[in-house]
Design a protein around this ligand. Structure first.
Ligand SMILES: Nc1ncnc2c1ncn2[C@@H]1O[C@H](COP(=O)(O)OP(=O)(O)OP(=O)(O)O)[C@@H](O)[C@H]1O
Ligand SMILES: [Mg+2]
Length: 253
């Protein structure tokens, strides 16, 4: 079982979009589990599971919880707004950073891939996700930039690696909302390289594509492959899927 977390404290950078569409690609290769760790529950809504009986909140509180099957080879632990209060509730608990890790232990043989969608925060929930993950993917919106934000995220990942999870590897930095006609998209790529993270950049960039937005509209709620498999969004996520699975394999050898 290989566990990948999608994390960036910045909102709207395509964490959820990337988590969903890459999980759809992974599910073509093996049993895949999606975990929605965000109280906004966008991943859960994108999969039409907002009325699920139990959620990630139950998992964190040590209660019984259900895993929902959402597609062939693809399961989900949903989230909901009730997860908003979790930080306070687990604050005083023993090993509160390792709740998710402990809960997933018994599923080790059930899944080939686990993809965790993190909230746009550096809170205890994100620490839990990074503590159980083998890999983290950091999506960066190539349209609106703050190099500081990326540096803070990478420092945060290093902090978790040093204190809680020495095996945590940055699988890659992913440029999203990319538009090569825009100067800012190109300069962000340059900035990342100048800061020494060029090797971590995924070769595939996710171009800005309205089909991606439309696929998540409440009237559709599909993966980009189901919505329009010929769209540039589908092509980009298919290429990224190959790159991600290849990198996971390479790092695991
Ligand atoms: N390549 C793209 N082109 C156009 N729109 C996109 C693209 N990727 C994502 N979006 C849209 O951008 C918005 C933000 O994406 P998403 O919800 O995946 O970001 P996020 O990082 O998970 O946000 P949050 O931090 O709020 O959880 C969504 O409306 C999504 O449909
Ligand atoms: Mg999200």
């Amino acid at each position: 079982m290989k566990i990948v977390a999608f994390s960036n404290q910045k909102g709207g950078v395509a964490k959820t979009t990337s988590c969903l569409n890459l999980a759809a690609q992974a599910a073509l290769k093996g049993k895949t589990l999606l975990i929605d760790c965000d109280k906004q529950a966008n991943l859960t809504k994108n999969l039409g599971q907002e009325n699920a009986k139990t959620t990630i909140n139950d998992l964190f509180l040590g209660r019984p919880f259900e895993i929902v099957n959402v597609r062939k080879n693809l399961d989900l632990i949903p989230s909901s707004i009730e997860f908003a209060g979790i930080d306070l509730l687990i604050q005083g608990k023993f090993a509160r950073e390792l709740i998710l890790k402990k809960a997933l232990e018994k599923y080790r043989d059930d899944y080939d891939y686990v993809f965790i969608d993190c909230p746009p925060d550096m809170n205890l929930v994100t620490v839990n996700a990074l503590s159980v993950a083998d890999f983290v993917i950091v999506p960066v919106q190539a349209a609106q930039f703050s190099m500081d934000g990326v540096s803070i995220m990478i420092e945060f990942i290093s902090g978790v690696r040093e204190s809680l999870n020495e095996d945590l590897t940055i699988l890659g930095i992913l440029l999203t909302h990319f538009d090569e006609r825009l100067k800012i998209s190109r300069s962000i790529e340059e900035d990342i390289k100048e800061n020494g993270w060029g090797d971590a950049l995924f070769k595939t960039r996710i171009r800005r594509n309205t089909a991606i937005e439309n696929s998540q509209h409440k009237d559709f709620r599909m993966t980009i492959f189901e919505y329009d498999k010929k769209s540039t969004g589908a092509i980009d996520y298919m290429n990224l899927g190959k790159e991600v699975l290849h990198k996971i394999k390479k790092y695991s050898e």
